[in-house]
Design a protein around this ligand. Structure first.
Ligand code: NAD
Length: 480
C-alpha cells in the first residue's frame, strides 16, 4: 500500500482541474481514473466530440442557407470515416495535451477502477486486464470527482446494437435510415440534430409536455419551430411502453396524449438523463451521506459528511455541467489547502448546442416566479438586429430578468446563433451585481449579436433605438 497526500478520483473537467491546481500549489497529487486517457466523459465521449459533430451539422445548415443568397454548393457528400477520424483527432489533441500538463506538474496518474476500502483507503482494481501499479492507496485528503453515467431503460434490454446511448451515438457507427430519440433534453436534441442533418429521419419522444423541460419557453419556441421542420416527428407527453426486434430494426410501442401507437425504427438513441456514480465507488459503504437521487451531499465548502473527503461535479449534485465541476474543483482545492472558500455562484450558465443555440444564466423566469420574486423581463427580438438580418439569424431573442426593486440583473436567456458564446457577458454582469443600466450603458460593438444583450437592457429602460416599446421603468438616474 502507498500513501498519497491528495487523491483526486476521476479525471474529468472537475478532477483534472482540481489535480492541476493542487499540484501548482505544491501538493503531492495522485489522479486516478479507469480510462487510458485524461478528460473524462466531457472530453472523451461528451461535450467535445458532440461539439465537433454539431460544428459539421451547423456548417451544413449554413451552406444550405446560402441558397437564399444565390450560392449553391449542391448536395453534400459525407465521408463518415474521415468525419470520425477528424473528431478523434480533436479528442487526441486535447487529451494528449492534458497528459503532458499532468507530467509537467508531476501529477501521478494511475489507471485503475477505484473503490473505497474505508474512509482513508482506496482499493485499485485492474481495467481491461491491466493491473494498476499499486493495489491500495491510502490518502490524507480525497476529492471525489467520479461523475455520472447515462440512465438505461430496462425496456430496451436485449436489443443489443439497435439501442444507442450518447456514447455509441457519438461514434457514428451507422447513419440509420430512421432514428427514434427517447428524451427531448440536451443530448436528445443535440444528437438528434446531428443525425437528422447527416440524413436520418429522426423522431423524438418526450415524456413531459415540452422539449427541454425546465427551460424558458420563450427560448425553446424558435428551436422547436426549426426542429419541427428538421425532424420527422416530435411526440410530447409520450412514453415508450414496449419494444421488440424485427430483423435489423426495432418496433416500438408508444403511449401518448393521442393514444397508443407503434412504429419501426432502424435504431433508438436513449437520452433520458444521467445518474451520479457515487454507487460505483462504494460511497455509501464508507458513510458518505447521499441524497435520495444518489448525489453525494456536500456543504458550501464542498466537504462531504466524511472529514477529508470532498466531492465535486456531477456526483455532487445538479446542474451536471462541466464548467460547474471545474469551478468546484478549484474551490475544493482551496479548502484542502486550509482556506474557507464557499461555492456559491450567483449564476451558472447552461447551453444547449443546437442550431439555434439556447443559453441561459442566473435565475430563469419560472424560477423567479416560483421564488415569489418581484421581477420584470425585457426582450430584444433579433429580427431588429442588423447583424442577425445580415447573417440569417433572425429567429433569436435576448431576454433579461430584472429585480423590480433594485434594477439588478438576476438572469438572462438567449436563443439564437452563438447564444452559448454570448451568455458569458450576462453571467459576468449577474456575478458583479450589475444594474440593468450598467448593461445598457456598456458600449457593445456594432454590428454584432452581442449588441442584443445591451439592446434588451435598453428595451427595459425604454431607450431602445431599433424597436418601439413603451417605457417600463423610470430612466436611470445614475447612468453607468
Ligand atoms: P436531460 O435531463 O437533459 O433530458 C432528459 C429528457 O428525457 C427530459 O426531457 C425527460 O423529460 C425525458 N425523459 C425521461 N425519461 C423518459 C422516458 N422514459 N421517455 C421519454 N422521455 C423521457 O438529460 P440528457 O439529455 O440525457 O443529458 C444528461 C445531462 O448531461 C444533462 O442533465 C446535462 O446536464 C448534461 N448535458 C449537457 C449538455 C450541454 O451542456 N450542452 C449536453 C449534453 C448533456
Amino acid at each position: 500500500m502507498e500513501e498519497a497526500e491528495l487523491v483526486v478520483l476521476g479525471a474529468g473537467p472537475g478532477g483534472y482541474a482540481a489535480a492541476f491546481l493542487a499540484a501548482d500549489q505544491g501538493l503531492e497529487v495522485t489522479l486516478v481514473d479507469q480510462e487510458p486517457r485524461l478528460g473524462g466523459v466531457c472530453l472523451l465521449r461528451g461535450c467535445i466530440p458532440s461539439k465537433a459533430l454539431l460544428y459539421v451539422a451547423r456548417m451544413m445548415h449554413e451552406v444550405e442557407n446560402l441558397r437564399h443568397w444565390g450560392v449553391d454548393f449542391g448536395q453534400p457528400k459525407v465521408d463518415f470515416a474521415q468525419l470520425r477520424a477528424q473528431k478523434e483527432k480533436v479528442i487526441a489533441t486535447l487529451t494528449g495535451g492534458l497528459g503532458q500538463l499532468a507530467k509537467k506538474r508531476n501529477v501521478r496518474v494511475i489507471r485503475a477502477r477505484a473503490e473505497f476500502a474505508d474512509a482513508k483507503r482506496l482499493r485499485l482494481e485492474p481495467v481491461d486486464g491491466q493491473p494498476p501499479e499499486v493495489s491500495e492507496l491510502s490518502f490524507e485528503r480525497l476529492i471525489l470527482a467520479c461523475g455520472s453515467r447515462a440512465i438505461r431503460l430496462s425496456l430496451f434490454d436485449g436489443l443489443g446494437e439497435l439501442v444507442l446511448s450518447s456514447r455509441e451515438a457519438l461514434d457514428l457507427p451507422v447513419i440509420p435510415e430512421t432514428l427514434l430519440v427517447v428524451g427531448g433534453g440536451y443530448i436528445g436534441l443535440e444528437l438528434g440534430m446531428v443525425y437528422a442533418t447527416l440524413g436520418s429521419r429522426v423522431t423524438v419522444v418526450e415524456m413531459t409536455e415540452g422539449l427541454l423541460p425546465g427551460v424558458d419557453r420563450d427560448l425553446v419556441r424558435p428551436l422547436e419551430a426549426r426542429l419541427r421542420k428538421l425532424f420527422a416527428g416530435i411526440y410530447l407527453e409520450t412514453k415508450v411502453i414496449g419494444a421488440e426486434r424485427v430483423g435489423d430494426a426495432v418496433k416500438v410501442f408508444l403511449d401518448g396524449k393521442n393514444g397508443k401507437d407503434s412504429a419501426v425504427f432502424s435504431r433508438i438513441l436513449v437520452a433520458v438523463g444521467r445518474r451520479p456514480n457515487g454507487d460505483q465507488v462504494g460511497a455509501e459503504r464508507i458513510g458518505l451521506r447521499m441524497t435520495p437521487q444518489n448525489f453525494v451531499v456536500v456543504d458550501e465548502f464542498l466537504q462531504t459528511s466524511v472529514p477529508g473527503i470532498y466531492a465535486i461535479g456531477d456526483v455532487a449534485g445538479q446542474p451536471m455541467l462541466a464548467h460547474k465541476a471545474t469551478h468546484q474543483g478549484k474551490t475544493a482545492v482551496e479548502n484542502v489547502l486550509g482556506e474557507r472558500v464557499s461555492f456559491q455562484p450567483r449564476a451558472i450558465p447552461a447551453v444547449v448546442f443546437t442550431e439555434p443555440e439556447i443559453a441561459w444564466t442566473g435565475l430563469t423566469e419560472s424560477a423567479a416566479r416560483a421564488e415569489g420574486r418581484e421581477f420584470d423581463t425585457a426582450v430584444f427580438p433579433w429580427g431588429a438586429s442588423g447583424r442577425a438580418q445580415a447573417t440569417g439569424a433572425t429567429d433569436g431573442l435576448t431576454k433579461w430578468i430584472i429585480d423590480r426593486a433594485s434594477g439588478r440583473v438576476l438572469g438572462c436567456g438567449i436563443v439564437g446563433m452563438g447564444a452559448g458564446d454570448l451568455i458569458g457577458e450576462a453571467t459576468l454582469a449577474i456575478e458583479m451585481g450589475a444594474h440593468i443600466a450598467d448593461v445598457a450603458g456598456t458600449i457593445h460593438p456594432h454590428p454584432t449579436l452581442c449588441e442584443t444583450v445591451g439592446m434588451a437592457a435598453e428595451v427595459y429602460l425604454g431607450i431602445a433605438t431599433d424597436i418601439y416599446r413603451p417605457r417600463q421603468a423610470p430612466a436611470p438616474k445614475t447612468g453607468k
